[in-house]
Design a protein. Structure first.
Lengths: 176, 728
């Protein structure tokens, strides 16, 4: 496999497909994890990522700059997650996906338990804080990049991210 | 290094640590193979069950293809049979409502169908309680308008039909909702606050502005009404849970503590489900009526509650109409015998302090079942007289609803039916998800209000989805609805329905490829804004209900999200400016306010467009019409605006059909802001300003209201006059 340094949209559908899959392969695990953290269960995360990929591919020819592929796909995925959250029963009883719970229940190391606790704290954040935090953790984005994806001023993003980190760290410190 | 870089560096360090800590969990989060770069599907196939069957057969076991498809066909036949049964039951519904047995049968049939469907393609989208509808109607009391023209009222959609809001005033006293910011008092669930406050403040009309009283209420206070000396507080008490084994109620906190404990020890799926099946959540919407003839000493007169999450409400004269969505899942399996189904799990209830708070199930006569209910959710509508001790009347429909539109005689509840939709070119354009009309179909239910005794009158379905309550308007008995229709080709339509909700006229294929961002119907005329790259403002001629027409179109950059009639032939639009982005599409470039000259229906014109704030400016008015301050007599328009780093209330003078001029901005913060707990989390170098939610004009004073307090400024020079800070 080789990377494309610029997207020249050849007439060939097959070429476009390869280009897209190539770019997607760079981010696919981060995208899924982002969706999982936003939605809290595997099925919805899988649906959200699949929807985002379909939508992205459909409009792939409009992307002028390959460097923008990642943030473009994360933006689409963020919006898919937002929509999904509105459709999920808000009265959700499970704070933690039973799939993961089962898999991890046998022989939980301390590190794994800490990771699960940390995940639970992130889950409790407000939608905006969660979105910004997850873009930072799973997208690896800085505040000014996040501000473009979520359409909020950079300063606001920075302070929300700061507050979210503060909240999460506080709770963990309580437990230590 | 400047401040931003330093802050970014600290954040990066913290995020790296968090990422490291999450590593053991992330490792367990294996990405499903269906999303692998090599196999992820890039194009939507016709999702028949056969394809999935082939995939599974290939990777799991050797199942003869013929046998597999035969099984699929059998299941589909079974499902068809069940659908027929449901249709039979729901069709025999007449004016007398249903019997409780009918409801039980429908539930059991739907559960059986769900079992079959999930066995085949894993469809789990049945259900979906929409907690907060976007609609908030404002009602202006006709009687009160006569005596207090110098007091601005909430911005309502329909004259004479009052809507609740977070602030209400009669000119002398302010009643405002002051929910303690959730980040200082977050409960385990993060979704409900334990206590909320309604603040009662005197205006300068009494000589002095001061805090008179604070009413502490359990749970989350949504909004208020003020009528004569009666204050109505609508709130959502903190969720409680019912422990079936222990036969007792437990609090939200107790429930989540139990959950935390048990998440660690439950080791398999069935034990897990057993545990949770034991707890049923109790969600109520309540209306508390206070006598506030002495504002410093309010007296609670009545509390009325109904099952479900608050959606919206209306006040017509003294009749309060309360709407909630009650998810009634029914914690039983499809094989359960009819006689074993417990009614309180499938029928919503109401409670009234007038009848000793007894939980009363809605009677069968007042229940209707939608022809094709897509969720175990009821829309519950109650009517009660706030000034009398007469019984309330409650009706419920299976098949919920979120958007509400009402006039003095009728109330419409709309329920979107969602499905997976591949919207058009939205990916490259701004995704303004504030209000999303992304549904395949919309179900409409029409209730006659009958002066406090609502009853379902008609029900119908339209293709597509509506934006918000302004997408509907009843005029001379006919209902006009603006929808965006989705599917392979997206476009927009206007439907005219008669009083029985039958379509008598329509305009279709309006602005293909775009979707609606704002609508305003005004009698025989109407205006619709759609957007893809430029903002076409469509002018509609609705004089003939059977023959609605588009008369003219205006294309300008950006798009309006709220339209407000100005004088005859002029329209104000508040919305967004746009600019090209890196992805070949457009992105928002801050807000703007526009004046449109629509005197010539064939050719609407933009008179002026004034940018507001900066690139990221945002205002609640973009999604909530109640955030608007509009004074026709003083020719002023105002709303709160957030720009980079600040929250201010902007006031514009309307220059007689010519446009706007920004004449002042107000910002405020409590005197002791640095010491407040909510500030400690804010970060060091950002100067705080209170989030102003509303602006109210009384005489020549502009009062700006936030959860921190109320500030009074002169409308002439915007100099501060007085301020009341609410205690934390």
């Amino acid at each position: 496999m080789f990377l494309f340094s610029s997207i020249s949209f050849s007439e060939s559908e097959n070429d476009r497909i390869s280009q897209f899959r190539e770019l997607y392969s760079l981010y696919w695990t981060d995208l899924y994890r982002f969706a999982y953290y936003m939605l809290g269960n595997r099925q919805d995360a899988e649906d959200a990522v699949q929807d985002a990929v379909l939508l992205a591919y459909k409009n792939f020819s409009q992307l002028k700059n390959p460097d923008a592929f990642k943030s473009w796909l994360f933006t689409i995925l963020s919006n898919r997650c937002k929509r999904k959250l509105r459709m999920i029963i808000r009265n959700r009883k499970f704070m933690f996906d039973s799939d993961i719970s089962m898999v991890t229940n046998t022989g939980r190391t301390d590190e794994l338990q800490n990771a699960i606790d940390l995940y639970s704290e992130i889950e409790k954040l407000s939608f905006e804080e969660k979105l910004i935090m997850n873009l930072s953790i799973h997208g690896g984005y800085k505040s000014h990049e996040i501000s473009k994806i979520v359409d909020m001023p950079e300063g606001t993003v920075r302070s929300k991210l700061h507050r979210a980190i503060h909240k999460v760290k506080n709770k963990l410190r309580e437990d230590e | 290094m400047n401040f931003e870089d330093k802050a970014d560096q600290k954040i990066s360090e913290d995020v790296s640590i968090l990422k490291e800590k999450l590593q053991p969990l992330d490792e367990k989060l294996t990405v499903p193979s269906s999303l692998h770069p090599v196999s992820v599907s890039l194009q939507k196939e016709k999702r028949t069950r056969y394809f999935k069957a082939i995939a599974i057969a290939a990777s799991v076991a050797i199942i003869p293809f013929a046998l597999w498809t035969l099984n699929q066909l059998k299941t589909e036949t079974k499902i068809k049979k069940i659908n027929k049964k449901i249709e039979q039951i729901t069709q025999k519904v007449d004016d007398n409502g249903v019997s409780y047995d009918d409801v039980k049968q429908v539930y059991l049939a739907i559960k059986k169908r769900n079992d079959l469907v999930s066995a085949t393609d894993g469809n789990r989208t049945f259900g979906g309680a929409l907690k907060n509808g976007r609609s908030e109607l404002m009602m202006a009391d006709k009687a009160n308008l006569a005596n207090s023209t110098s007091v601005s009222k909430t911005n309502v959609q329909v004259d004479g039909v009052d809507e609740a809001d977070i602030v209400k005033t009669d000119g002398k006293t302010f009643f405002s909702v002051s929910n303690v910011p959730y980040y200082t008092k977050m409960t385990a669930s993060g979704m409900y606050q334990e206590k909320s406050t309604v603040q009662i403040t005197s205006s300068l009309r009494t000589g002095e502005m001061k805090l008179l009283h604070s009413i502490q209420i359990d749970g989350n206070v949504s909004e208020l009404y003020l009528k004569d000396d009666l204050l109505v507080i609508i709130n959502q008490p903190t969720t409680e849970y019912y422990d079936k084994k222990g036969d007792k109620k437990i609090t939200s906190k107790e429930y989540f503590d139990l959950m935390q404990e048990n998440n660690n020890i439950i080791s398999n799926q069935s034990a897990y489900e057993e545990f949770y099946k034991n707890y049923v959540s109790i969600n109520k919407t309540s209306a508390r009526i206070y006598d506030v003839s002495k504002p410093d000493a309010p007296v609670l007169k009545r509390e009325f509650s109904q099952d479900g999450f608050y959606q919206s409400s209306r006040l017509v004269n003294n009749h309060l109409y309360l709407i909630s969505n009650a998810p009634k899942e029914g914690e039983f399996e499809s094989q359960t015998k009819e006689e074993d189904v417990e009614l309180n799990q499938i029928i919503p209830y109401s409670q009234d302090s007038l009848t000793e708070n007894k939980e009363t199930l809605v009677s069968g006569k007042c229940i209707t079942i939608s022809p094709n209910p897509t969720s175990f959710q009821y829309v519950v509508l109650s009517g009660l007289d706030i000034s009398a001790e007469t019984e309330a009347q409650t009706v419920a429909c299976l098949g919920g609803g979120s958007t509400i539109y009402a006039n003095e005689k009728s109330l419409y509840v709309l329920a979107p039916e969602y499905s997976d939709l591949y919207g058009t070119t939205e990916s490259n354009f701004i995704m303004i998800d504030r209000a999303m009309p992304f549904s395949n179909k919309t179900n409409i239910k029409k209730f006659n209000l009958n002066n406090g005794a609502p009853k379902l009158f008609a029900s119908g379905t339209l293709p597509g989805g509506i934006l918000n309550q302004f997408s509907l308007d009843e005029f001379e008995g006919n209902l006009r609805v603006a929808v965006t229709e989705y599917g392979e080709k997206q476009s927009n339509s206007i439907y005219v329905l008669n009083e029985n909700l039958e379509t008598i006229g329509k305009i279709t294929e309006l602005a293909p490829g775009e979707r609606i961002y704002s609508v305003r119907f005004m009698g025989e005329k109407g205006y619709v804004v759609t957007y893809k790259q430029v903002d076409p403002l469509f002018a509609l001629d609705l004089k003939e209900p059977t023959n609605p027409k588009v008369t003219g179109e205006l294309k300008i950059p950006g798009f309006s999200e709220y339209l407000h009639p100005y004088s005859d032939g002029f329209l104000i639009g508040i919305g967004n400016d746009t600019k090209p982005n890196d992805h070949g599409g457009e992105q928002r470039n801050g807000m703007k306010i526009s004046m449109f000259d629509v005197r010539d229906p064939l050719s609407p014109k933009e008179v002026q467009s004034l940018p507001i704030g900066d690139t990221y400016s945002y205002s609640e008015i973009l999604q909530n019409h109640k955030a608007l301050l509009y004074s026709k007599e003083k020719n002023l328009i105002g709303f709160p605006v957030q720009t980079n780093g600040s929250n201010e209330f902007f006031v514009f003078k309307i220059l007689e059909n010519k446009g706007f001029e920004l004449i002042g901005k107000v910002s405020q913060k409590p005197a002791d802001w640095e010491k407040r707990e909510s500030m400690l989390n804010y970060g060091n170098n950002y100067s705080y300003s209170s989030m102003i939610q509303r602006g109210i004009l009384i005489d020549d004073v502009l009062y700006t209201v936030s959860v921190d307090g109320i500030k009074a400024s002169s409308i002439h020079d915007f100099k501060p006059i007085s301020q009341v800070d609410f205690p934390e």
